[in-house]
Design a protein around this ligand. Structure first.
Ligand code: GTP
Ligand code: MG
Length: 142
């Protein structure tokens, strides 16, 4: 059993796609173990996207993610990290297949609706960054 961090980005909240995104993960049988709505501070966004510091799109990205409320979630399931990445769709709009969240709802490389952790280390880092322990359900395995 694994956990991953998912964020509905400001464009997803603005476009009223929060319910649609949650519905897809629930339909797939994933378990929601933490969720909150917040407008991220610059500090939080910078920590979240620290890996992209120095890249050409970094400044735009931090500005975008702090521009409005986002929905931060933690999801649990078998191989949930890669499963969520598959359901999100690829970064490049022309590579995001239909049937994926990005492939069905966006063609913009930045305003791409959703973030999902890309590996076990990032998932742990991001869940710890966005949630305190008391905001997360106890694992079913415990
Ligand atoms: P995340 O789940 O948000 O991390 O997306 P990703 O893992 O599919 O992509 P990546 O981590 O490489 O990039 C993080 C975010 O930066 C993307 O989701 C985009 O919002 C933005 N981004 C990445 N590459 C570009 C780019 O070339 N141009 C612009 N404008 N934004 C980019
Ligand atoms: Mg990423």
């Amino acid at each position: 059993m694994e956990r991953t961090f998912v964020m509905v980005k400001p464009d997803g909240v603005q476009r009223r796609l929060v319910g649609e995104i949650i519905r897809r993960f629930e339909n797939r049988g994933l378990r929601l173990v933490g969720m909150k709505l917040l407008q991220p501070s610059r500090e939080l966004a910078e920590k979240h996207y620290a890996v992209h510091l120095g890249k050409s799109f970094y400044e735009d990205l931090v500005n975008f993610v702090t521009s409005g409320p986002v929905v931060a979630m933690a999801w649990e399931g078998d191989n949930v990290i890669s499963l969520v990445r598959k359901m999100m769709g690829a970064l490049k709009p022309e590579e995001a297949s239909s049937g994926t969240i990005r492939g069905d709802y966006t063609a913009d490389i930045q305003k791409n609706l959703i973030h999902g952790s890309d590996g076990p280390d990032t998932a742990k880092y991001e869940i710890d960054l966005w949630f305190s322990k008391s905001e997360l359900l106890v694992s079913l395995e415990q």
